[in-house]
Design a protein around this ligand. Sequence first.
Ligand code: MN
Ligand code: MN
Length: 316
Amino acid sequence: MMGDEPASLQVPWARSSLKRASTRFDPIVKPPRRDAGVAEVDAGVAEVDAGVAEVDAGSSEVDAGVDAGWVHTGPFGAEISPHLGLGIPDDSSVGRADKWLLVRSQLVVSYDTTRKIPNWSAWKLESANFGSASRATSFRVDPLLGTAPQARDSDYVGSGFDRGHLCPSADRTASDADNDATFFLTNVVPQTHASNAGPWLDLEDEARQLANAGKKLLIIAGPVFAANPSSIGTGVPVPSATWKVVIVTNGDASPATLNPSTTIVYATVVPNTSVVSGSWRQWQTTVDAVEAMTGLDFLSDVDPDVQSALESRIDQ
Ligand code: MN
Ligand code: MN
């Protein structure tokens, strides 16, 4: 019961009355934040509660840079999955036709069943994800969608486009089950081979090198489309480009512990054309630019001032 809870969790107005006008989430998901069972999760978002300085005077280390007027009112990414540890970028939820949230231990996907294409895939990457599992041999439909429309392997056969992984196969080799999870077609977009085997692979390789060197990464990637995209198969739209945001940290990133001075942020938008080649850096951009292009809000659980700093940077 409430009596066992830290004082900061007993303030019912903390989330409602201090809500900022700019908050773009509706509180669609109301996690049981005051249950003892989610104590670990609450600890992970201590920064947010600590921002209400009056109710938690003891957390000086996380008060720095926190806007005391900012309180996140939507679902916290960490409450959904560690792969969304810095926030979920939109209001995707389980069963929502155009933003169907598919949560697995290996990755999280937002899928648009009305267009039969993922909105984004998100995954954490660290050296523990690498092992000796062999690459799966076939792509498959996603059972988490039940009977809802989704792309099928036959949509890709003979299309001229690769089945382009968002979360790559090579990022999940610790077990067969982990690798298989990247082969659901909900994690796939029609991608030119030039991009898939060129700049897109180049950034995938760089991320794996960083993970192998001990970094922990939070990655999110997805497609963007022209106004009237061409399509393959039974109407699976072909992206005009694929984008990716990579947050590289020295340890497990949480909104409370994310240190802007030691965090590396990469963002890119790679054209989905047959002529791209070479380094992903040719299309490096800011997170702000990807947000403007997609309407998504990355790092949404991070204090807005820290977000602004990280999202406007182009890191080497
Ligand atoms: Mn690929
Ligand atoms: Mn953002």
